[in-house]
Design a protein. Structure first.
Length: 221
């Protein structure tokens, strides 16, 4: 429940953290983004909403935060996080697909990301930046697969720059508009809903195709 409350009122919580810890808020944000992108057991941490709220916080007149420092720092966090995730997948290898689901490791998330990766290839690393859960598992699956690190790091950097840049600067330039401030919770909900819509659509299409194939085996390609 705390996590849900933190996400829905993320602007208030970030202001409290900034007030209490000062410039250490940079480190806190860095750590959250690094863990959300770098550890497959933490796909539930906020990403898009956190970046938007951080940019919004930087736009306050009395804020100590700079949107440009946020952009650079959180880009580095995202790049390092994905890189760590890639090498964890590389080291773990295909055996993870035969391992039991644990309390922290959701096999369902891995399977969905693998299907997404097979469909979009290397571009998954960029696209996944904007999709919760898949964002956390995409570099892990890339490490398990055959993508060379040189190719991966190129997609990784481009994805991080686009993801962090869009949300931090959107928060900075639009976060303090009266309409946004008055409906901040709704804006955060809209960001979350829009970001999870693509995997939901893919999941429904997958289920529909499976049912159709089960009813008409001769139509399988």
């Amino acid at each position: 429940m705390f996590l849900i409350d933190f996400i829905l009122h993320i602007d208030i919580h970030l202001q409290q953290l900034a007030s209490e810890y000062g410039l250490w808020i940079y480190g806190i944000l860095f750590l959250i983004i690094f863990c959300e992108t770098g550890l497959v057991i933490m796909p539930f941490l906020p990403g898009d909403s956190l970046l938007f709220a951080a940019g919004s916080l930087a736009s306050l007149k009395d804020s100590q935060l700079s949107p440009h420092v946020l952009f650079v720092g959180l880009c580095i966090a995202g790049i390092l996080g994905d890189s760590v995730n890639y090498w964890i997948g590389k080291r773990t290898g295909p055996k993870v697909f035969t391992s039991r689901e644990s309390r922290f490791f959701k096999r369902e998330y891995l399977d969905k990301t693998h299907a997404f990766y097979l469909k979009y290839g290397g571009k998954t690393i960029i696209i996944a930046r904007f999709i919760p859960i898949i964002r956390t598992f995409a570099p892990f699956v890339a490490g398990i697969g055959t993508m060379p690190y040189r190719t991966f790091i190129a997609y990784n950097v481009v994805g991080a720059v686009l993801w962090v840049g869009i949300f931090v600067y959107a928060g900075f330039y639009f976060g303090q508009l009266p309409m946004v401030q008055q409906n901040f919770k709704l804006i955060i909900l809209a960001i979350i809903i829009l970001s999870i819509t693509p995997p939901i659509i893919e999941y429904l299409k997958h289920r529909y195709n499976n049912r159709r194939n089960a009813r008409n085996p001769s139509e399988k390609s």
